[in-house]
Design a protein around this ligand. Sequence first.
Ligand code: FE
Length: 228
Amino acid sequence: MPMVILPVAAAAALVMGGCSTDAESTGAARATAAESTTAASVASPTAPASPSSSTSGVTAPATSPTAGTATCDPGATLVETTEGPYYTDGAPSRDTLSDADTVGTPLILTGTVFDAACQPVPGATIDVWQADGAGEYDNSGYNLRGVLTTDAQGRYTLTTVIPGIYPSRTEHIHIKINAPGGPVYTTQLFFPGSTANEDDRIYDEAMLITVDEDSPEQMRATFNFVLP
Ligand code: FE
């Protein structure tokens, strides 16, 4: 319900995140530019007493009905990170990875995949794998694993849970992403405000999602991928 208030908190969190580093100057600059653009686009549509779909509109993009280039920063190219030990090939094609039995707070992550020229990429493949809310991977099956495909506007909607931490790792979602026929890029998404971020050697603030709503019931967030 507090859809009007939360983007402000999210924007504040982003500002705090953006201030944390000077050392990784390029990464910090990219992240700050990308996030401020996104935050601005999130804040405005929310003002006019908005979206109806807080309970059931799970598949509808929460705040960006148009996949406009306004939310694409050509300098915010995704940063590749290590695959890690838990990838399993052959995950099913689906954009809902969790169900009622999944441990963790529900998370709806939406966004658009852009190419390097900030053009939306239809048919891009996003292979997702992650731990559940307790930091556990399913290494024998495909729980919390799936392959999404972007729609005609390059958009995706991922329904999952917020991953838990596990030894040496902050909250993160693993991604392999590629445009049709293009190279596969391996990366991870991170969560702003997590105290575990600073101790995680793989963490990169350029890959922080933007949190649009964060309640005990669910988180809604966005991330726009810009392929190299
Ligand atoms: Fe992991």
